[in-house]
Design a protein around this ligand. Structure first.
Ligand code: PMP
Length: 306
């Protein structure tokens, strides 16, 4: 789905028109992936536009920058306020927000540290990521021939631009094979995650998801789903998952800011459970969308009204 342009982009502390938010072609990030970013959603609720879990997103952004050794020229409070202001300035209701901090133009050596650090925030209207029927019907996925990064190669816990080269290979291969998304294994062969989603497996009423050590990004939707599931009385185990456990799962689902909570109905052509959204997934979705749409009480303080 193409991006729907909005009016203003926040660029190093000022709003510039969407079409004028430009960088030099020799910007370091363009050549070496030297950027960190976030993907955040705002929802339209009956009480107005609310950004979902803004604080942990800003914290993760600054943690990614720390891991990337990128000094951010703004404080977390300034970035938080700038994100809210970007949504307001563009008169957006439900939208996707993309803060990006990157190394600009100065030198082209691989060491980025002489290059200036720029901060941008874009926000624009965006629908469901994997298709709206996907939230009900589920998606067909395949295990990727590409693995997630080994722990001593790229930092999986950081949302660094360069890490997404791996995600691109995963999703391109999946779509060429007729799947909506991929699930990659980690370097040891255990289930890791999708190209932009964490993965959950339900078996005999217990919910399983790979641990942080399985080369995953610590998803904020993952954390939300775990919180909701435990409150609903489910046992959630963060543990290593062998590939074959997927094929015999009762239910599976993805979590992610873009994908929200999307059921998985088949893996490698093998039907998962009854081949449609299962009851545990449905209960977690109901709570998640109830809170994000403002229909259920915001009992965890997840909404930041702009
Ligand atoms: N894994 C990867 C690789 C991702 O890019 C994302 C999207 N940020 C996720 C998991 C899900 O994280 P979140 O729920 O915070 O969006």
């Amino acid at each position: 789905m193409p991006m729907k342009e909005s009016q203003w982009i926040w660029f190093d502390g000022e709003f510039v028109p969407w079409g004028e938010a430009k960088v030099h072609v020799l910007a370091h990030a363009l050549h070496y992936g030297s950027s960190v970013f976030e993907g955040i959603r705002a929802y339209e609720t009956s009480q107005g536009t609310a950004i979902f879990r803004l604080e942990p997103h800003v914290t993760r952004l600054f943690n990614s920058a720390k891991i990337a050794r990128m000094p951010v020229p703004f404080t977390p409070e300034q970035v938080t306020e700038a994100i809210a202001e970007t949504v307001r300035r563009n008169n957006l209701r439900a939208c996707y927000i993309r803060p990006l901090i990157f190394r600009g133009y100065e030198v082209l050596g691989v060491d980025p540290r002489r290059c200036p650090v720029h901060t941008v925030i874009a926000a624009f209207e965006w629908g469901t990521y994997l298709g709206s029927e996907a939230l009900e019907q589920g998606v067909d996925v395949g295990v990727s021939s590409w693995r997630r990064m080994a722990p001593d190669t790229f930092p999986a816990m950081a949302k660094i631009g360069g890490d997404y080269v791996n995600s691109q290979f995963m999703v391109m291969e999946a779509r060429d094979r007729g799947f909506v998304e991929a699930i990659a294994l980690d370097v040891y062969g255990y289930v890791s995650e999708g190209s932009g989603e964490n993965v959950f497996v339900v078996q005999n009423g217990i919910i399983y998801t790979p641990p942080l050590g399985a080369s995953i990004l610590g998803g904020i939707t993952r954390d939300s789903a775990i919180t909701i599931a435990r409150d609903l009385g489910y046992e959630v185990r963060e543990q290593l998952i062998p590939r074959e456990m997927l094929y015999i799962a009762d239910e599976m689902f993805f979590t992610g800011t873009a994908a929200e909570i999307t059921p998985i109905r088949s893996v490698d052509g093998q039907i998962i459970g009854k081949g449609c959204r299962g009851p545990v997934t449905a209960r977690i979705q109901e709570q998640f969308f109830g809170i994000t749409q403002g229909k259920l009480p915001d009992r965890y303080g997840w909404l930041y009204y702009v």
